[in-house]
Write a protein that binds this ligand. Sequence first.
Ligand SMILES: Cc1cc2nc3c(=O)[nH]c(=O)nc-3n(C[C@H](O)[C@H](O)[C@H](O)COP(=O)(O)OP(=O)(O)OC[C@H]3O[C@@H](n4cnc5c(N)ncnc54)[C@H](O)[C@@H]3O)c2cc1C
Length: 582
Amino acid sequence: MPYRAPVSDIAFALKHAAGLKAALAEGLYGDLDEAMVDQVLVEAGRFATDVIAPLNRVGDKSGTPFKDGAVTTPPGWKQAYTAWAAAGWNGVAAPAEFGGQDLPHAVNAACIEMWNSGSMAFGIGPALTMAAIDALAAYGSDDLKQRYLGMLIRGEWMGTMQLTEPQAGSDVGALRTRATRAPDGSYRITGSKIFITYGEHDLTSNIIHFVLARLPDAPPGTKGVSLFLVPKVMLNEDGTLGKRNDVRAHSVEHKLGIHGSPTCTMIYGDQGGAIGYLIGEEHKGMLCMFTMMNRTRLAVGLQGVAIAELATQQALSYARERKQGAGGAIIHYPDVKRMLLTMRALTGAARAICYATAVAIDRSQRGKTEAARKAGHERASLLTPVAKAFSTDIGIEVASLGVQVHGGMGYIEETGAAQHYRDARIASIYEGTNGIQAIDLVTRKVPLAGGNTVRLYLGELRETVKAVQASNAPAFGETATRLGEAIDSLERTTQWLLSQKTSDTTLAGATPYLRMFGHAAGGCMLADQALAALRESGDAPSRTALARFFAENIAVQASGLERSVTEGAESITGAEAALAEQ
Ligand SMILES: Cc1cc2nc3c(=O)[nH]c(=O)nc-3n(C[C@H](O)[C@H](O)[C@H](O)COP(=O)(O)OP(=O)(O)OC[C@H]3O[C@@H](n4cnc5c(N)ncnc54)[C@H](O)[C@@H]3O)c2cc1C
């Protein structure tokens, strides 16, 4: 079954779970109103459904052939990309000063989800370009902005993000690519990078690489890393394209999924060094890169949501059609229903978390007061690792359930369920593995503002529980009780973490803690949507049933996860013997 963008569901989650409705009412976005937001989402949904989605199988099958240093994207991709960029989709949240539309990041997040449901391999390229735009807008010199920002925002050129080297993956500080100062104020870059998404392709006439490298006098580790803008093709004085820079793709990888997205090894400096321009300050590249990484982390979280949505739509459609045994269509069997409800509930929860993160980013930039911007920044910082890791983990789980619902046909490539599972697998690895996200949450984000950022958030989740109780709606069943218990577990575990020094034990418990966080937050956001639907229509059977299913079947895992963090993690650190060579 082809993908259909679930525009009204997306709009409802944005407004009622992520807080867009309240933000619009406060005037956070000037005179933007709900009707305009709806209009943008409808158009994006149409493009994703009609133009991008039909390319997904094509990309999976044809991949990105590499010959003589050039990458050919799959048939139809260039036309689709050109139309997509011409329609202004690359600049949805980009600054108006350089040709962007300055719409909320929250609206862009919904669009990113739809592009990636259409095709994850297609969606990742623009997601990286958008992140590059943010970093350049925030830290680039006026000259660099004038020369590059407009073309990137219009999508006429694409951007890449280049950190990884063979010895430097999670440990970015170990990178060795070198930069030397040139007399004219530019730099010369030499070295190589691996696994670079859209490092080379034929979608645009130029590719702007954002490359981390190390100056000769740089201090060791991440404190000695600088960020450089390195164009594939140099610009003439008048901004037209000039000669090739000294950077090239050496090869593309053969990989499990996202076959339509070229993953390249890049070589810098065959002829003495690629010309690069510093972004931000020397040795402070990680600061700029964090702007890029936070944006791409949210975008990759949205890829998890996107693939989960796609897999759920397809599994539901199959389960309605497929007849087996005396029960008729398999959708009526309790175990199949359980799988489908799990898929839908996890997808909805992850979607709401990602959108709420985007609203927090908007508040960090548009808040009326310094205090409001700071609060937005802290909320976005807290939620970003959860958005990235929870959503991509559930993307894989939901895609796996999608295969299961299809039975044997799920394992056969022609249904497409197998492709979703293969595609989903990368998202928990790139843009900082999910293990690294969990460690970030536990060691940096939970302790933010002495723990007040997370405490404030837990307080808000409790408000939802109170509202569910106050609704007295029988259809909620035990939702309030179970969500309340999940928050109790999360609060106790959070307190426990705040009382500990970082140790192998706290690090070993980071992943179950993040999962607990996702369950409590996502469960409350599904309940928020059910409450909003009850307010609007007086009856909201589908939303209430989903919130109840989540609370009574998924959020109840909290007590076990709590034990994993506060008791079980100890057994991990002491269990080396179980991993010894036999
Ligand atoms: C298809 C694809 C596209 C990619 N695109 C890009 C791109 O565009 N730009 C780019 O720069 N990179 C890109 N990457 C690289 C990607 O970001 C890295 O693969 C990822 O960051 C992990 O690094 P690694 O592969 O070296 O794994 P490692 O760092 O070796 O990690 C291996 C395992 O060890 C764990 N681990 C490592 N260190 C720690 C630690 N300190 N504590 C706990 N656990 C740890 C990890 O969580 C992981 O499970 C891409 C990779 C792929 C496969």
